[in-house]
Design a protein. Structure first.
Length: 332
């Protein structure tokens, strides 16, 4: 059963010196232990917290970080431990969906903690929010801190998690593709004008859409739906958006935010199509749906810390859209 969007639960704010546990719900990180331990050190120093790894964080079961039971046990041990203030998911992959049926959602709801990840970890974030009402945070996976100092993301995390900040998310003045891949994106833009207010839902497109029809499907009624994609061609993005329209998601949602669509502008036939043209065509039959692109959301960029389940306001009335968090996303 999905928890109604007005029944959300907030985790306590993060404090200096708090303990954060890194859990690996998806791909194995066994072959990159040095990089991950370096990332943990950097994450801890920048957020002024202590970081430890879950028991099976570096385990391997074929392509996953341990068996489904081992990964679920690590997740539940973190939530049951009163000394752990936050859970950061190590990196994405494809098999986080394994753990959803093995989690104890009553225990999670009774022990609310900051939970953050991106990519395939969106599967776990959305499931926890759907089943418990806990606001979870799309935006940080531990691996990112092995690639870049992440000043924009770090500042955003401290504001949201520690200070209970709310207000308009600032645009990253130093926005860039962290690995230097080809993109024509330069700044935020409105694709369809309008405004919307509602709970945030979404994340990685593959992770979110695989939850449709399951007990973990996100509640999109009145929501601002946020989607980023990983190495999908424009034609695949086209089909994805048509599928969501056919399922009624765009008629149920109050707004749509598209993040950074990694790899969608590669040198392939059709990938030179402008995203705005594609979206305008696909949503032509959907009235009153504001659509914006805000690329501080996605792979290989510095992310804003997006509280899934919390209420936000999308202002796409002008050419440069804004996204505002309307209230604290943690207990302060």
């Amino acid at each position: 059963m999905t928890i109604p969007s007005d029944k959300h639960l907030l985790a306590p704010a993060l404090r200096p010196g708090d303990l954060v546990r890194a859990v690996s719900p998806s791909s194995t990180i066994a072959g990159m232990e040095a990089e991950m331990r370096s990332a943990a050190q950097a994450f801890g120093e920048r957020l002024d917290v202590r970081v430890e790894f879950a028991e099976h964080a570096f385990a391997t079961h074929h392509y996953s970080a341990g068996t489904p039971a081992e990964r679920a046990d690590d997740f539940m041990a973190a939530f049951a431990d009163p000394d752990v203030a936050a859970v950061v998911l190590s990196m994405g992959g494809a098999t986080a969906i394994d753990v959803l049926d093995l989690l104890d959602y009553d225990t999670i709801a009774a022990n609310p903690k900051i939970l953050t990840g991106i990519s395939d970890s969106t599967t776990v974030l959305q499931a926890v929010t759907a089943r418990t009402g806990l606001v979870t945070f799309h935006g940080i996976e531990l691996y990112d801190y092995s690639l870049d100092p992440m000043p924009y993301t770090t500042a955003n995390a401290l504001n949201v998690w520690r200070d209970g900040w709310h207000g308009p998310w600032p645009e990253n003045p130093a926005w860039r593709e962290l690995n230097g891949e080809t993109t024509t994106y330069t700044h935020r833009r409105t694709i369809r004008g309008g405004t919307a207010t509602g709970p945030l839902a979404g994340g990685n497109s593959e992770a979110v859409t695989q939850l449709i029809g399951t007990p973990y499907e996100p509640d999109v009624d009145g929501a601002i739906l946020v989607l980023e994609t990983y190495r999908l061609h424009k034609r695949h993005i086209h089909a994805l958006l048509v599928s969501l329209r056919q399922r009624g998601w765009f008629h149920r949602a109050s707004g749509l935010v598209l993040g950074y669509l990694l790899g969608s502008e590669a040198d392939r036939p059709g990938d030179d199509r402008d995203l705005a043209d594609l979206v305008t065509e696909v949503t032509a039959g959907v009235p009153d749906l504001p659509v914006a692109q805000i690329a501080e959301i996605g792979h290989q960029v510095e992310n804003l810390v997006l509280p899934l389940g919390a209420t936000a306001h999308l202002d796409a009335a002008g050419p440069v859209p804004g996204l505002t968090l309307t209230g604290p996303a943690v207990q302060v």
